[in-house]
Ligand binder design. Structure first.
Ligand code: ATP
Length: 395
């Protein structure tokens, strides 16, 4: 797929947006209340200039409301918004010069692709010749040159979103706001568009803020991830940081698949079933319950006891997925651990076998009163999720 930038004009001149020096988007103590309900609660983060920042969280966590406030479509109850170093909290939508792409292709049905892309330019009374030049550049950029005279209903969903993106980029926005732009598309098209957007962004360097509930999309596309939950920021960090060093139980359970095992803190360490001593839990009160979050690929299963820290269990199920197998092991206290093991590392195990599980890289948290353990995990299949919930409930 060619992703050449056809004309340097696509990147904006200094001070006018894509790739221009500036300070990205700054959001400080942003709050939005709808009546008694606080949809966005004291949210602070920065979307770095020229980078993709993802706002990641489950449905209803306040992501779109944050985006709409940055766009000027919603007025904050409190807090401050700056774009490229300028306070924009009270600025009009037009003055903010942001490009917006929504989940549902908000294309004008009665306008051709060319006229859709030119829309923002005609509103700004840009001359016809310049409009044509800019639209041609953008259509080449989104690889839709031959489709210029088609109408939206003669395009696929993925092509329509590319038109929407070209339309958003046409007036050279200072920042691009993307609200679940691929949310309505099927998995294959989503994946293709993700790669395409990644390459496009590398070429253009426009500061982008992407709202998504899809952790894979956030981790793959963004340089910074802002994890939101119930209107608040749980963690801001690189994809590696939110995945490997989750700051809260919510992040540990939402970003990436995780087994959630319940144990008890004794002498500053976590014990399961009274007998096994595992990870350091000195940050949690002695005698309390605690939850350990362990990725399925951090679980190893063997026929013999490892170097301490292993737990005995019974292999209940093993499913070969081609390159790896999913194993379900039940611990003596009833909790279930799911392991994802590359087939080349898999020993010979049969359901019913007594095995030992070695649990690596556990993150131990005090129970999160608001959520409890066993958070919904988009990466676990329904039966995995059920087992994880069982594991959590067994504590
Ligand atoms: P989704 O991915 O489902 O769009 P989200 O994380 O983007 O979720 P928001 O759309 O920002 O969440 O909504 C956050 C909360 O604010 C939700 O509970 C929603 O019902 C509420 N909300 C949003 N807009 C309004 C409104 N205009 N009036 C009242 N409540 C609203």
């Amino acid at each position: 797929m060619t992703t050449r930038v056809p004309n340097v004009e696509v990147t904006a001149p200094p001070g006018a947006g894509a790739g221009a020096p500036g300070e990205g988007i700054e959001v400080e103590a942003l709050t939005k209340r709808f009546g008694d309900f606080t949809a966005v609660d004291d949210v602070t983060f920065r979307a770095e200039d020229g980078r993709i920042t993802a706002l990641l969280g489950p449905s209803g966590s306040g992501k779109s409301t944050v985006l709409r406030m940055i766009a000027g479509l919603e007025h904050p109850t409190d807090g401050r918004i700056a774009i490229a170093g300028e306070d924009q909290t009270e600025a009009s939508v037009q003055d903010r010069r942001v490009g917006f792409v929504f989940q549902h292709y908000a294309l004008f049905r009665h306008m051709s692709v060319r006229d859709n892309v030119a829309f923002g330019l005609s509103v700004r009374k840009v001359g016809k010749a310049e409009q044509r030049k800019r639209v041609d550049e953008l259509l080449e950029l989104v690889q839709l040159g031959p489709f210029a005279d088609r109408y939206p209903h003669h395009l696929s969903g993925g092509q329509r979103q590319r038109v929407a993106l070209a339309r958003a980029l046409a007036p050279r926005p200072r920042v691009l706001l993307l609200d679940e732009p691929f949310g309505a598309l099927d998995a294959r098209v989503r994946q293709d568009l993700r790669h395409w957007l990644d390459k496009l962004h590398r070429d253009l360097g426009v500061t982008s803020l992407l709202v998504t509930h899809d952790q894979e999309e956030a981790l793959e596309l963004a340089q910074t991830v802002v994890v939101m939950h119930r209107g608040r920021v749980e963690q801001v960090g690189s994809p590696e940081a939110v995945y490997n060093e989750p700051a809260t139980p919510f992040v540990a359970g939402f970003v990436g698949a995780a087994n959630v095992l319940t144990g008890q803190v004794v002498d500053g360490r976590l014990r399961f079933n009274g007998e096994q001593v595992l990870w350091d839990a000195a940050h949690i009160d002695d005698g309390s319950e605690a939850h350990a979050y362990i990725r399925p690929h951090d679980v190893r299963v063997s026929n013999s006891r490892g170097n301490g820290g292993s737990l005995p269990g019974i292999l209940e199920r093993s499913k070969d997925l081609g390159w790896m197998s999913k194993l379900h092991v039940r611990l003596p206290d009833g909790q279930v651990v799911i392991a994802h093991i590359p087939n080349e590392e898999l020993g010979h195990h049969e359901p019913g076998d007594e095995v030992w599980v070695d649990l690596r890289n556990a993150k131990v948290f005090a129970p999160d009163d608001a959520d409890g353990p066993g958070l919904a995990d988009p990466n676990l299949s329904a039966d995995d999720a059920e087992s994880t919930a069982t594991a959590a409930a067994a504590g």
